[in-house]
Design a protein around this ligand. Sequence first.
Ligand code: SF4
Ligand code: SF4
Length: 202
Amino acid sequence: MRYPKIREIVEALVSLFTRAYTTKYPQEPHVPEESFRGKPVVDDENCVGCETCANVCPSLAITFRDDKERKIRIIERDYGKCIFCGQCEEHCITGKGVKLSDKIYDLATFDRKSLKEIQEKELLICESCGAIITTKEHMLYLHSKLGPKAYASILNLNLLNEKLRLAESEDVKVSVRDELKRKDMFNIVCPNCLRRILVKYL
Ligand code: SF4
Ligand code: SF4
C-alpha cells in the first residue's frame, strides 16, 4: 500500500498520548491485585512432609522421594512447573505449611534449576519389617491433633517417650527380634506389624 491507513495513524497517535497498559517492572516494583496468586512459599516449621500437596498438585510440580538409607524424605518443589493454582495451600493439612505469595515476576530466570527447592524430613521406619510409616513430624502433628485419644496408638506413645527422653537409653529401648514378641510393640513398628503382635499376644 502506498499511503498508510488513516485508522492506523489515529491508533498510533492515541497510544502515544495515553498511559501504558503494561507495568514498568523491573524499573518499578510490581503492585499486584489483592487476590493475586504468586509463588508458593513453604514454611518449613509448619510443613510436616505429609505428601498431601504433591497429591493435589495438578502440574506435578511437587515430588517426594524416600531415602531409606538416610531415613529422610526429600520433597522437591519445582516452581518452573507451577501454575499458581493454590491447590497446595488449600489442601495443606496444617493450614500453614505453604502459602501463595504475591511474587511472580521475580521467578524469571535463564536457569530452570534455580527454580527448584528441596526440603528434607526425618522418616519413621518400622523397626520390624523396614516399611516406611510416615515422617516423624507428621506423626507428632497427628498426635497433637488427636490429644489424649492418640495414646490409643502405641506408635504415638513411643514417639512421646522419645520426646520426653525416656527412650534415649539402650536399656529402655527394646530390640526387635526375628520373631515378633509382645514387648516389640513398644518399639516403632508399622500398623501391619503392630496388628500381627496384637493378634498373636492380646
Ligand atoms: S500452586 Fe498449584 S501448581 Fe503450584 S505447587 Fe501449588 S498445587 Fe502445584
Ligand atoms: S500438605 Fe502442607 S504439611 Fe503436607 S507436605 Fe504439603 S506443605 Fe507440608
